[in-house]
Ligand binder design. Structure first.
Ligand code: FEO
Ligand code: CA
Ligand code: CA
Length: 648
């Protein structure tokens, strides 16, 4: 565990910011891109005292958040500040229906898993019931299940190499544990509970849920397979990472690392470059291709083209057929965050989470009309996809990916817009987009209208390839950018503008380690620093809540940190929550009144030497009969706003 025991001089945070001493021009540019608001807000002014307590002290006078900060740590349990109460709401294997089988970890089946909460919960959305004017204590919880950890899931699988021993039933159980869960939840007597006999409850899986393709690539020859000669229907969704909620009350589910599911040698297909561009190498992590030909790209070379999309689901209609929207492009979508432009067009931001990949923005052709829900549900079928270029002067340009424009022509292998959408990465390369340090979640500040981008890390960035928006070589800790559309605050922000401004909110890492090049508000406590920002959320007062995936490499558990992004507490991150060992934290999601926070604890116990029989934690059951279970935790604060339990 990293601890600070010495007094630090005023202004040290400023001095540790420059990552590339051999490039003073770069340093100057970075300094300019650290917000002027930040400098005025205290980075240069605060002095840091040594500290051994975690009671409210450091920087609290400057932060709008007044919870008692927790300490960095690493143990088997889940921790929140003392004024807050965590409650396990639903775990992997818990029934979603009255007739669902009870969870039996020693006798798992695909049919049982299809009626139970899936594995590795990631994105979480809360949609109030009834729609659209529901309450904050009753709604639908919509949860992604990103992937499975076979050696923590099954008793006879010891490590990743043992995946080759998975039976057909186990593979099908994995497929049924992927996807999405929709479950009705309500709060009674201060506690949250699931409603098992709800007509809304639903499992969406990689095994058997039928989906439609929409948009310019739907029906294209490269989407057709023997099982789907029309190229318009796909079974399943997978590696569902983060997501988003639309203004019309549907959920957007991102398909991220789809390459990990496809066996077969891409060089034996006619689309070798396409498949290799997305990471397919013939050695997939998952063994589904042994039992399902569609996950063997030598046998079904178009099947990978049917994954890597944004999927829209209507949780208020349990018979809704999920829609894979090709207009939003095909890449390793981390998530999908929606905004409305001043003229009513719908904007969706999405990062491609891989080293040196890009940030994208989709703008619908049609306009949102709050009175016309069924019409709104077609808005993501047509529009313009763009990719971001960050300029050194602090401006950002959105470069449209439009067939026939610039290099996006038949001479470069693009016969139509469908080709551009199927091979989005290659098209974006040709436009000169800015390679980023793994774009993860994107969220829009509901108060300021600014857009915040999490960049989790990129240890492969070389010193001669740094850029002001990705300024660190071997970026181990990640950073957060603020993208500022023109047009003013909140709903005045023009999310359809061709040019934005950008600034650095913070550079993650240890502010006491000069080599880290970390940048935060100077009032940060010894526990306020973080590493590897991944998911994030804004509360309704516009404070940013940052979830991490990778902090254990720095000696403490992943968790949640919160900060103001405006005013004197800007970038003053404070540690709010930490996960049990081996886990990452996903899906922070607030109820509309900010009185409840749902978080997803993903892959607890996933670390070297830990398996089903001897896991490093048995959270949340702590029963010798039960392996660790990914679970959703509901956090409350005695009826007070999360993060502000102390009134006044
Ligand atoms: Fe699934 Fe990019 O985290
Ligand atoms: Ca993520
Ligand atoms: Ca992650």
């Amino acid at each position: 565990m990293a601890q600070r025991n010495s007094t630090r001089a005023s202004g040290q945070t400023e001095k540790t910011s420059v990552t590339c001493a051999t490039r003073p021009l770069m340093a100057d540019i970075i300094a300019q891109r650290i917000s002027r608001r930040q400098a005025l807000g205290g980075i240069a002014a605060s002095s840091i005292l040594s500290l051994t307590t975690t009671k409210p002290a450091f920087g609290q006078a400057r932060s709008s958040l007044n919870f008692t900060e927790i300490a960095h740590g690493y143990d088997t349990d889940f921790h929140v500040p003392e004024e807050h109460k965590p409650q396990i709401l639903i775990r992997w294997g818990d029934p979603l229906f009255p007739d669902a089988p009870a969870f039996d970890p020693l006798r798992q089946t695909a049919s049982a898993q299809s009626r139970q909460f899936g594995y590795n919960n990631d994105f979480v959305a809360f949609l109030p019931l009834p729609h659209p004017t529901g309450r904050a204590d009753h709604g639908l919880l919509c949860v992604n299940h990103e992937f499975t950890n076979a050696n923590l899931m099954f008793p006879d699988i010891g490590n990743d190499q043992d995946r080759a021993m998975l039976s057909a039933e186990q593979v099908n159980t994995e497929m049924a544990a992927h996807g999405h869960s929709i479950v009705e939840v309500r709060q009674r007597g201060g506690n949250w509970e699931t409603v098992l006999d709800s007509p809304f409850n639903r499992r969406i899986t990689a095994l058997e849920t039928e989906m439609n393709m929409t948009g310019p690539a739907a029906g294209h020859a490269r989407l057709k397979t023997a099982a789907d000669p029309e190229g318009r229907k796909v079974i399943g969704t997978l590696n569902n990472c983060a997501g988003g909620v639309t203004p019309w009350g549907t959920v957007l589910i991102a398909e991220e690392n789809f390459h990990a599911y496809f066996a077969g040698d891409p060089d034996k297909t006619a689309q070798a470059e396409n498949h290799k561009k997305y990471g397919m190498r013939g050695k997939p992590r998952f063994q589904w291709g042994r039992f399902h030909e569609r996950f063997d790209l030598e046998k079904t070379p178009n099947e990978p083209n049917r994954f890597g999309w944004i999927v829209e689901v209507d949780p208020y209609n349990p018979r809704h057929i999920p829609q894979k929207h090709t207009a939003l492009g095909r890449f390793k979508h981390e998530g999908a965050t929606t905004a409305i432009a001043p003229d009513g067009r719908v904007v969706v931001y999405s990062g491609d989470d891989e080293r040196f990949e890009y940030l994208y923005r989709f703008i619908s052709d049609g306009r949102y009309d709050s009175e016309k829900r069924s019409q709104n549900m077609r808005l993501l079928q047509s529009g313009t996809l763009s990719v971001a270029r960050f300029n050194e002067d602090g401006s950002l340009q959105w470069l449209p990916l439009v067939w026939g424009e610039g290099p996006l022509t038949p001479e470069n292998g693009f016969a139509s817009q469908a080709d551009i959408l199927i091979e989005t990465r290659r098209a974006a390369d040709l436009l000169g987009a800015t390679p980023m340090d793994r774009p993860e979640d994107v969220e829009t500040n509901p108060v300021s209208g600014s857009v915040f981008l999490m960049l989790t890390n990129n240890t492969r960035r070389q010193a001669d390839a740094t850029h002001p928006a990705n300024p660190r070589a071997r970026n181990r800790h990640g950073h957060i950018l603020e993208l500022i559309p023109p047009g003013g605050a909140g709903r005045g922000a023009d999310h359809a503008a061709a040019t934005y401004q950008w600034e650095i909110l913070l550079m993650a890492g240890n502010p006491d380690e000069t080599a880290d090049g970390a940048r935060y508000h100077a009032g940060i406590s010894p526990h306020g620093w973080l590493s590897n920002p991944d998911n994030c959320a804004f509360d309704h007062r516009g404070r940013l809540w940052i979830a991490t995936d990778g902090a254990p490499k720095s000696g403490f558990a992943d968790g949640l940190w919160a900060c103001d992004v405006e005013g004197p507490g800007r970038a003053l991150t404070r540690h709010f929550l930490r996960t049990p060992r081996g886990a990452e934290l996903c899906g922070p999601c607030f109820t509309p009144d900010d009185r409840s926070l749902f978080v997803a604890v993903q892959h607890p116990g996933a670390e070297a030497g830990s398996d089903f029989h001897n896991p490093s934690t048995r959270w949340p059951d702590f029963s010798p009969e039960m392996p660790p279970r990914p679970a959703i935790v509901a956090v409350t604060a005695g009826g007070q706003p999360i993060g502000n339990p102390h009134i006044g």
